[in-house]
Design a protein around this ligand. Structure first.
Ligand SMILES: *[C@@H]1O[C@H](CO)[C@@H](O)[C@H](O)[C@H]1NC(C)=O
Ligand SMILES: *[C@@H]1O[C@H](CO)[C@@H](O)[C@H](O)[C@H]1NC(C)=O
Ligand SMILES: *[C@@H]1O[C@H](CO)[C@@H](O)[C@H](O)[C@H]1NC(C)=O
Ligand SMILES: *[C@@H]1O[C@H](CO)[C@@H](O)[C@H](O)[C@H]1NC(C)=O
Ligand SMILES: *[C@@H]1O[C@H](CO)[C@@H](O)[C@H](O)[C@H]1NC(C)=O
Ligand SMILES: *[C@@H]1O[C@H](CO)[C@@H](O)[C@H](O)[C@H]1NC(C)=O
Ligand SMILES: *[C@@H]1O[C@H](CO)[C@@H](O)[C@H](O)[C@H]1NC(C)=O
Ligand SMILES: *[C@@H]1O[C@H](CO)[C@@H](O)[C@H](O)[C@H]1NC(C)=O
Length: 698
């Protein structure tokens, strides 16, 4: 999915709200997260909401209160229970921070949401602060808060590094940054009869070793072995996907992300089962999960989710003075503070948790699962596109939302489907140019017309893998010359990146401009990143490696077995949007690899190891939208080979299911393209030419 807007790249706040952690580098483009966690807050009662928050602030002696978009786990997507900024301001979308003072209510957001702000927010109550243009929230506080005033923030919604940065700045001007242990917005919500939804605690899903390839006991043993090696007594895992991956359990507490609210602590100073402690729900696991864990040889203790803070404080008292606790840098200030309660422990804060580094390299079973998930997903996508084009051609009124629903319905027909991996982006015509666009049931229902270019970015969660695919199709295969050129240049960039060979350990951002080269050649570009890692039946955006235009501090370097997206685009605001996105597996390159450059490989970078990408997404590109004369023979062959593989893989499945119309559509879409220079009668002419030449040169 989607990436998105780098226009806001210089717009990073002086502090970094938890869920924007990976934007820590000022030049890193943002990956867009589309979600709509709660019904739009009405504009008519905005003042009532803000007044309720001010009242709670006064009671606590807080002069300014920061409401970021974040949950206690630095999740990229948050549950409605944590969507406080949205409730308060009415601004939907993925990014924004509200600051409430006695007299002002300010909303910082980035360029993606400036227009949305005007549409959704009551502007007599709230003032827009444009990130990257107006003063940052940190500088605003420094300049405007009087000495000895108090700025408050819920310390579960701020990472330690964000906290430190803000606290240092405020200390300079004698302003106190205070951690409010209760969330003041939640208190205000309850006070005016709009209580926050409860933190979800949905049923857990055991994930068998036939999907994960590795028992939880093996993962835990590997982690426990790292503790003495690092000289630490305990490891605290705070990211929800880290816990889910380690225990081979999934959930559904956050939309699109099959995770569950929890923490996991591993201790080297205790014996099993006391050395692995899960904080979840009320502290009692259901029988199927206990059985699942014991079938994997895993013994754990379970405590209530909320008990993490007192547990860490108690642990600080139990561990010998000078012991070290391992946290990842994206842990919340609240978690760090709990570990520091006694003041006798050291903290090892790493850029990535050890689980983040384990789970980004997929094992053979996970890779096999990814490929199988992409076959199923390809079937659903082919069926949806065939349906769409037939309907549009017949003059039916198909809206973007109808297409989104159809994709979801067809994905659910596939085995082990667990719904969409993010909110479908189906943008017809000018909507395709809004990179963060997602049709919604509440908004205007746009009908897809025959003359529209439609950008469809969607993905599915399956027990064996997670998918993320974008195809751009013109409903009557007759794009304008500008659309055709952009469609082709984006395709050339995607092929260029897809076929790049690079040394093992190369960081993603050094490859990024390959995808932009052909657009850059003519003075065009796109405002989002080009690739993100993808979790295995986990988050569709998974660190620590990214393919962005700027460096990413967390990137350990690309390695075989990683799964990434390859998604260049081009957007003509007000007219159309184009994005071609595939999921790729990182493979070892040598002269026998399944890669167009394999045969030419004569080295492996002096023993470092050569890597390349192998595209696992299976869905035809609309070759009718290409300007073939802009393609090289290599690119034509690449596309023809890809389409032959798509047909050979998906075709038999469609036939076996007697989906004959879908098969016919796929066969047509996968037909090879020929070089424009040679034309349709090429094989015949070539034979004649070769024969003549042989004759003449004899
Ligand atoms: C915005 O809030 C003010 C103050 O409560 C109210 O008078 C006005 O009607 C609201 N505007 C909209 C568009 O609801
Ligand atoms: C901060 O407090 C210190 C000590 O009370 C004082 O010397 C200094 O002038 C104050 N600075 C500001 C900016 O108020
Ligand atoms: C789990 O996977 C194992 C190994 O593939 C298999 O033997 C077993 O039947 C599976 N169990 C379930 C409940 O699917
Ligand atoms: C720190 O732990 C020690 C040992 O349990 C205890 O005696 C002391 O009171 C604790 N200090 C604080 C500040 O909690
Ligand atoms: C589609 O909608 C248009 C106007 O919105 C209407 O005129 C037309 O009859 C509709 N067509 C069908 C097939 O429903
Ligand atoms: C294809 O590109 C060539 C070279 O830029 C251009 O001359 C030609 O008009 C384009 N064809 C179409 C159909 O857009
Ligand atoms: C090429 O790489 C693959 C994957 O690492 C390996 O299995 C194979 O043996 C290698 N082949 C050669 C000729 O080095
Ligand atoms: C492929 O590489 C291997 C190992 O370097 C070498 O022995 C072999 O001759 C190469 N094969 C070809 C066809 O070049």
């Amino acid at each position: 999915m989607v990436c998105c807007l780098a226009l806001a790249a210089n717009a990073v706040l002086g502090h970094i709200p938890l869920n924007e952690y990976h934007l820590a580098e000022p030049d890193a483009p943002q990956y867009y997260v589309s979600y709509s966690p709660s019904p739009r807050a009405g504009r008519d009662n905005s003042l009532e909401r803000v007044t309720a928050v001010r009242q709670v602030m006064r009671g606590r002696g807080v002069d300014a209160y920061i409401v970021p978009t974040a949950d206690p786990h630095n999740s990229a997507y948050i549950a409605p229970a944590h969507a406080r900024r949205e409730w308060l301001s009415g601004l939907r979308g993925s990014s924004g921070t509200v600051l409430v003072t006695e007299t002002l209510a300010l909303v910082w957001t980035d360029a993606r949401y400036f227009t949305q702000f005007e549409n959704e927010v009551n502007m007599t109550v709230f003032t827009l602060m444009r990130q990257g243009i107006d003063v940052s929230i940190q500088n605003w506080l420094v300049q405007n808060m009087p000495p000895y005033s108090v700025v408050g923030v819920d310390h579960t919604t701020y990472t330690r590094s964000s906290w430190n940065s803000l606290q240092n700045a405020l200390t300079q001007v004698n302003v106190t940054l205070e951690a409010t242990t209760d969330n003041l917005v939640d208190i205000a919500r309850a006070a005016i009869g709009e209580p926050a939804p409860a933190i979800p605690n949905n049923p857990l899903i055991p994930l068998n070793v036939s999907f994960t390839g590795r028992r939880s006991s093996e993962k835990i043993a590997e982690l426990l072995a790292q503790l003495p090696a690092r000289g630490v007594s305990a490891l605290v895992l705070t990211a929800l996907d880290d816990v889910a991956y380690t225990l081979n359990i999934r959930g559904s507490d956050i939309p699109y992300n099959p995770v569950f609210f929890s923490y996991l602590v591993l201790r080297s100073d205790l014996q099993a089962p006391n050395n692995v402690i899960l904080f979840w729900g009320n502290g009692v696991l259901p029988a199927n999960i206990t059985e699942h864990l014991s079938s994997e040889g895993t013994q754990i203790r379970v405590r209530p989710y909320d008990a993490i803070f007192t547990y860490l404080a108690d642990m600080a008292n139990e561990l010998p003075i000078g012991s070290t606790v391992w946290l990842s840098q994206d842990g919340s200030h609240a978690i760090y503070s709990a570990v520091e309660t006694n003041g006798t422990l050291n903290i090892l804060a790493t850029l990535n948790s050890p689980v983040a580094l384990m789970k980004c390299i997929k094992n053979e079973v996970e890779l096999k699962g990814f490929r199988s998930a992409h076959v199923k997903d390809g079937i659903a996508v082919v069926r949806a596109f065939r349906w769409l084009e037939e309907q549009v051609a017949a003059g039916a009124n198909i809206t973007e939302m109808d297409l989104s629903d159809k994709l979801q319905e067809l994905r659910y027909e596939e085995e082990d489907s667990h719904g969409p991996s993010f909110s479908t982006i189906a943008g017809a015509g000018e909507n395709g140019a809004m990179i963060h666009y997602s049709p919604s049931r509440e908004g205007v229902q746009k009908v897809i017309r025959k003359e529209d270019m439609v950008l469809v970015d969607s993905g599915g969660q399956y027990k064996d893998g997670t998918t993320d695919l974008t195809r751009t199709r013109h409903m009557s295969a007759s794009p304008t010359p500008e659309e055709r050129r952009a469609f082709t240049l984006v395709m050339k960039g995607q092929i260029q990146l897809a076929t790049t060979v690079f040394p093992r350990g190369t960081v993603g951002h050094t490859l990024e401009s390959f995808a932009r080269k052909y657009l850059w050649d003519v003075g065009l570009t796109y405002g989002h990143g080009t690739g993100h890692g993808i979790g295995h039946f986990l988050n569709v955006h998974e660190g620590p490696s990214w393919i962005l235009s700027g460096p990413s501090a967390t990137d350990p370097g690309l390695a075989a077995g990683m799964i990434m997206s390859n998604e260049p685009g081009y957007y003509e605001v007000g007219h159309y949007g184009i994005r071609h996105e595939d999921v790729v597996e990182i493979i070892v390159m040598n002269n026998s690899s399944d890669h167009p450059l394999a045969k030419g490989m004569v080295g492996d970078f002096g023993g470092i190891g050569a890597l390349g990408f192998y595209t696992i997404s299976l869905a035809p590109h609309q070759t009718a939208c290409l300007n073939v004369s802009l393609l090289t023979d290599f690119e034509i062959e690449y596309l023809n080979d890809y389409h032959a593989r798509v047909l050979a893989t998906l075709g038999p499945v469609l036939k076996a299911r007697e989906l004959d119309d879908d098969y016919a559509w796929l066969e047509r879409e996968c037909a090879p393209i020929r070089s424009a220079a040679i034309g349709k009668s090429a094989p015949f002419l070539l034979v004649v030419f070769v024969s003549l030449w042989s004759y003449v040169s004899m």
